[in-house]
Write a protein that binds this ligand. Structure first.
Ligand code: HEM
Length: 501
């Protein structure tokens, strides 16, 4: 009679002990507790230091010589990397090119793994190749086409700021700068994908971006509660954030479905207008059941580009302008460079870039101060592997913590301060160190680095050519400490914009 309960207790005890056991030669890190893994230790340091990225940097210093830390959060076995050499080592191993599989990554695309950013293996290779080839036809990576598309947006935002200024008595407009660039930057990728643009204050798009940014703020790149503990989406769908996550994606889906319908009803076989048309043409030629070219896949790609393509660039600009308000001398130096190289009579173009090293360095510094609080899109080990001599079991999630790289005082002196000079050599030329890898390396490297840098350069240079940006009188300077989320946000802040004399 006692045997059954004793056996039950023994089995449960065994499961608990095994659940807390680390694989042999796994990267060092805090202890794993049954069920929750290292979550209590991560949460403790996250609370103490302010962000998950800072906690991960601290734990890597404490356990893994500042280079890496091995964790388990609920279901997910994770290794967080905090050194450029390890990111490069990861890139040499194709088996580490996978993307995570949990509900967080699957349910955004209707329970299927679709898109390009969060898929892997042959499906991803095929789709990445197709996307790269055809986005190029519509301008991605081609300097003159990108410049035309971006300059249209720079002009629209300039007009928008000028109208705001003309509506004031003293010629000084107070503008919320933390999200001033969202729609303009999205338009530059959307022009290639869907051949469409929106005004900076377009109500539908602003609402959609607000929904997405609220959702981004409610989770982080390593997943969220219902991903670490999948059972929660059934037992606590509201409290675990699952319902909210699904509602946000539903709204984005409705927006994309309307765009797809518009494309299908106006589609003309012989004259593709944008990437969506090319994809529709491809799917018409592949009617087989297991085709990768489905409506769902097209919408998933658009969703990826909507998020990856606009959010990161927009936030690099927001972080950059936040620091411009804090350090007016940086703005003065950029404006002096613009005045001496270009003057005020014509816009700044891409051809001017190689004569404007300080501005170009400020572009890279804007990316650094944004990425310094980010965890990159995680990888997944598709087979057993090794890193730095440690064992990486199949299905381990590998997350690059850019905080460990870009806030490392040994590599970036005074890392909280915006210093374009750190990217200039003694000959006053732009010089990027090998460890400055904000776009990743290898086969999964970012697909939009050129577009991002071109956007940031043309927006910063042309806006500073026309306007002065100042902190509102009587208000404290905006705080550079980030608000964390899937990608980091700046604190909410306003800038006073006026026309230059
Ligand atoms: C400052 C701006 C940006 C930064 C810092 C950035 C950074 C990154 C990083 C770190 C990755 C992950 C690399 C890896 O997994 O190893 C990535 C992936 C990606 N990025 Fe960007 N990115 C930016 C802008 C853009 C833009 C403008 C686009 C749009 C064309 C874009 C499209 C993508 C895509 C599609 C991926 C997934 C690639 C794949 O999984 O194969 N990104 N980005």
């Amino acid at each position: 009679m006692w045997l059954a309960p004793l056996l039950f207790i023994f089995v449960i005890g065994l499961i608990i002990v095994l659940d807390a056991k680390k694989p042999r030669n796994f990267p060092p890190g805090p202890a794993w507790w049954p069920i929750v893994g290292s979550l209590p230790e991560v949460s403790r340091w996250r609370k103490k230091l302010g962000t998950l990225t800072m906690a991960a940097t601290f734990l890597a210093k404490q356990h893994g010589k500042g280079k890496l830390v091995g964790l388990r959060v609920g279901n997910d076995v994770q290794v967080v990397l905090a050194s450029a050499e390890l990111v490069k080592e990861m890139a040499t191993k194709p088996e580490l090119d996978g993307r995570p599989r949990g509900p967080f990554y699957r349910h955004r695309t209707w329970g299927l793994r679709r898109g390009v950013m969060l898929t892997d293996d042959e499906f991803w290779r095929d789709q990445r190749r197709f996307l790269t080839r055809h986005l190029r036809d519509f301008g991605l990576g081609k300097a003159s086409q990108m410049e035309t598309i971006i300059m249209r947006e720079v002009q629209a935002l300039t007009d928008y700021f000028k109208t705001a200024i003309s509506n004031t008595a003293d010629g000084k407009a107070l503008i919320p700068l933390h999200n001033a660039f969202g729609v303009s930057v999205l338009n530059t990728i959307w022009a290639m994908l869907a051949g469409k643009r929106y005004d900076p204050d377009d109500a539908e798009l602003c609402t959609l971006q607000k929904i997405l940014s609220d959702m981004f703020a409610s989770m982080d790149m390593t997943g969220c509660l219902f991903n670490h503990f999948p059972i929660l989406r059934y037992v606590l769908p509201e409290a675990s954030g699952y319902n909210y996550y699904m509602t946000c994606h539903q709204k984005l889906l409705q927006f994309l479905q309307a765009e797809l319908l518009r494309h299908k009803t106006t589609y003309m076989e012989d004259s593709p207008r944008d990437f969506m048309d090319v994809f529709i043409a491809e799917s018409n030629t592949r009617k087989d059941e297991d085709s990768n070219y489905t409506d769902i896949q097209l919408m998933a790609i658009c969703m990826d580009m909507f998020m990856a393509g606009s959010d990161t660039t927009n936030k690099s600009l927001s972080f950059g302008f936040l620091h411009f308000l804090r350090q007016p001398h940086v703005v003065r130096k950029i404006q002096e460079e613009i005045d001496s190289v270009v003057g005020r009579e014509r816009p700044v173009t891409l051809d001017d870039r190689h004569n404007m090293p300080y501005t170009e360095a400020a572009v890279n510094e804007s990316i650094r101060v944004f990425a310094a609080h980010a965890i990159a899109v995680p990888h997944r080990a598709m087979a057993d592997s090794t890193l730095m001599g440690y064992f990486i079991p199949k299905d381990t999630i590998l997350a690059v913590n850019y905080n460990g790289l870009f806030m490392n005082e040994e590599l970036y002196e005074d890392p909280w301060t915006f210093k374009p000079e750190r990217f200039l050599n003694e000959k006053n030329e732009v010089s990027l160190p090998d460890h400055f890898i904000p776009f990743g390396v290898g086969r999964r490297r970012c697909m939009g680095d050129t577009l991002a840098k071109t956007n940031i350069f043309l927006f910063i240079s042309n806006l500073l050519q026309t306007f002065n940006f100042e902190n509102p009188k009587g208000r404290p300077l905006p705080d550079p400490f980030p608000i964390e989320g899937i990608t980091p946000f700046t604190q909410l802040y306003d800038g006073v914009i006026s026309l230059r004399d």
